[in-house]
Design a protein. Sequence first.
Length: 173
Amino acid sequence: MSTTTDFVELSLCVLTVSDSRTAADDSSGDYLATALAESGHRLAQRALLPDDRYRLRALVSQWIADPGVDGVLVTGGTGFTGRDSTPEALLPLLDKQMPGFGELFRALSVDDIGTASLQSRAFAGVANGTFLFALPGSTSACRTGWEQIIRAQLDARTKPCNLATLRPRLRER
């Protein structure tokens, strides 16, 4: 593992999955875009799509095929309603799942929403050497995921280890 102590800027995409939000009222996407920029990362692209598994899969496939994209942050579509399809759309794209992310996210969410945290199907993993994090659609959930998990793991200065320093080795075969 690298012993990098300098910050490494990553290029990240933000996708909001919603049948009801628009660019004008996408507070969760706004939060993630602002938070990643304030942390020193670059917003590569941002999109808002309805909860349609094929459109989600198509766009995220384009992003993970782009060698200039280091990660994708998705908000929305992780619940249990009939239209929630983010896991079904994106889990097939993952080369490796990161079960600890969803487990940790739900454990942290208990402080905010109690046992309703079991309704979250938040997940993460790696697809074509690109990190993928899928969070619920609420701005509070995005804040929890970013501030308590993702931000530190995408910072090469986080000790004892972080995901950012693994990035150069993700495509090893």
